[in-house]
Design a protein around this ligand. Structure first.
Ligand SMILES: [Zn+2]
Length: 114
């Protein structure tokens, strides 16, 4: 669901090789302490596996103020996305309720005529 931020296409081409000789994979950090800072890792790095341990930052460290702002923006973005998901679910329920209520209205209407 999480989309990679723009930028990095040119870096993916210039990726360094990790210690096991593979092209390093470009990733973006989403932590509060290093928001959106990009880094190269061993492509074998997965959940529970460290690969060869290759790790190198691509972007320089952001000043503390910008880092805090970025973390706050990302948090706010996540909150807004959650609110949209909840609002859509609520809207769907309301449409169903509206449909059912109209179905009842028609049933009663045609029931009285017939
Ligand atoms: Zn490796």
């Amino acid at each position: 669901m999480r989309k990679e931020p723009p930028g990095g296409e040119e870096l993916a081409i210039a990726a360094p090789h990790c210690y096991c000789g593979r092209l390093a994979r470009l990733q973006t950090s989403w932590t509060e302490s290093t928001p959106l800072r990009r880094f190269f890792v061993c492509p074998k790095l997965e959940r529970g596996k460290n690969g060869c341990g290759f790790f190198v930052w691509v972007d320089i460290e952001m000043p503390r103020r910008e880092r805090a702002l970025m973390a706050w923006l990302l948090r706010t973005k996540r909150e807004v996305e959650d609110q949209i998901v909840h609002a859509r679910a609520r809207e769907k329920k309301l449409w169903i309720a509206l449909f059912i209520s109209w179905a009842f209205v028609f049933m009663i209407w045609f029931g009285n005529i017939g």
